[in-house]
Design a binder for this molecule. Structure first.
Ligand code: NCD
Length: 361
């Protein structure tokens, strides 16, 4: 058994069964009700946080979560002040930190980077966002918020609005909601920022109702949950392309007049201009609570991983295809050349195990 199969890593939520997510949601609820019962549960344990990309909520909520469980933290939030600035590769940095810490949390701008680190790390690792790919702990935060505020994760019509192309939180949450009965999806974006085809294919294959629209006014009437997102400036090829999209959708009081009275408005934050400040006073605005729920779900996750309770998910399901290059230029395999080219599938379409991109061979 390779070493990495010993650990409960969290790279992609869909690596685990829904029963695993539901256990975490129940544990987070319990911790929220009685935090004092868990205040010493990670006494003497150390968490390493490796943030190669800016973050406020994700990083601080992980750190707070560990401190509230009685553990301590090490790490960096600016690779320029670590050995990364001297040219150290991802493998060496993460291997070293995993020898110091009991658990690692990593955010990185390149897709598939956290899985790449997990292959050689000597402790469990949690994906805190890998480029435009996935962000599973934001998804757990979103699921926990929905469960606590709506009382159910079934039969919800969710409207996603904004940058559906580059928003990793959108990709992760849509994938997760396909595991709950009766989910319906209204996708509000400009054609340039539409949801990637592989996720739409997944919705079609699963028989899910989804509709792509360009008008938020039109969509807002029918939805139970509105998931607003920021236009992801840092993922655009040029400033001009970003400016063409900036301000495409702005939720304000006027738009909310036509929405359901029990709508809840979520946003992974940070917001730029897509939700007017006046909306904060609306009882349907749930994004600040959502950020606080994120701390409880991360406490539950750290607690569970450090107790090693449950079965680790297999990291690699396919095999090495030495001569095949992933066709996604944003994939980690193009940056860290020593990585084995792992792909799943056997016909003429291979799925990259790091970034999930499909490559024609
Ligand atoms: C999101 C992220 O980093 O992807 N933020 C977060 O984790 N709370 C959303 C974003 O940056 O727009």
């Amino acid at each position: 058994m390779p070493d990495y199969e010993k650990y409960i890593n969290l790279i992609d939520l869909n690596d685990y069964p829904v029963s695993w997510w539901n256990e975490l949601l129940s544990l987070a609820h319990e911790i929220k009700q009685s935090p004092e019962d868990y205040a010493k549960s990670c006494d003497g344990r150390i968490m390493g946080t490796l943030f190669y990309e800016p973050s406020t909520r994700t990083q601080m909520s992980f750190q707070t979560a560990m401190l509230r469980l009685g553990g301590t933290i090490i790490g960096f939030d600016n690779p320029a002040t670590s050995s990364v600035a001297k040219g150290e590769n991802l493998k060496d940095t993460t291997k070293i930190v995993s020898g110091y810490a009991d658990i690692m949390v990593m955010r990185h701008p390149v897709e598939g980077s956290v899985k790449a680190a997990a292959l050689t790390a000597d402790c469990p690792i949690i994906n805190a966002g890998d480029g435009g790919h996935l962000h599973p702990t934001q998804t757990l935060t979103d699921l926990f918020t929905l469960k606590e505020e709506k009382g159910t994760l079934e039969n919800l019509t969710i409207g996603f609005c904004g940058d559906l192309k580059n928003g990793r939180t959108v990709h992760s949450l849509i994938k997760a909601m396909t595991c709950y009965k009766g989910s319906r999806f209204i996708l509000v974006s400009t054609p340039e920022l539409a949801l990637p085809t592989y996720i739409k294919d997944m919705l079609s294959a699963g028989g899910f109702y989804y509709k792509e629209v360009t008008s938020l006014d039109e969509a807002i009437v029918d939805i139970d949950v509105l998931y607003m997102t920021r236009i992801q400036q840092e993922r655009f090829a040029s400033e001009r392309e970003y400016l063409e999209q900036k301000g495409a959708y702005i939720l304000d009081k006027n738009k909310l007049k036509r929405a359901k009275s029990d709508l809840i408005i979520l946003h992974p934050l940070p917001r730029v201009d897509e939700i007017a400040i006046e909306v904060d006073e609306d009882p349907r605005a749930m994004y600040f609570e959502q950020a606080r729920y994120g701390m409880y779900i991360r406490m539950a996750l750290i607690y569970k991983i450090l107790r090693n309770s449950g079965k680790p998910a297999p990291l690699i399901k396919g095999r090495v295809h030495k001569d095949v290059e992933c066709s996604n230029p944003r994939c980690i395999t193009h940056k860290e050349r020593y990585l084995p080219h792992y792909f799943e599938g056997s016909s003429d379409i291979l799925t990259c195990e790091y970034c999930d991109n499909r490559t024609l061979v």
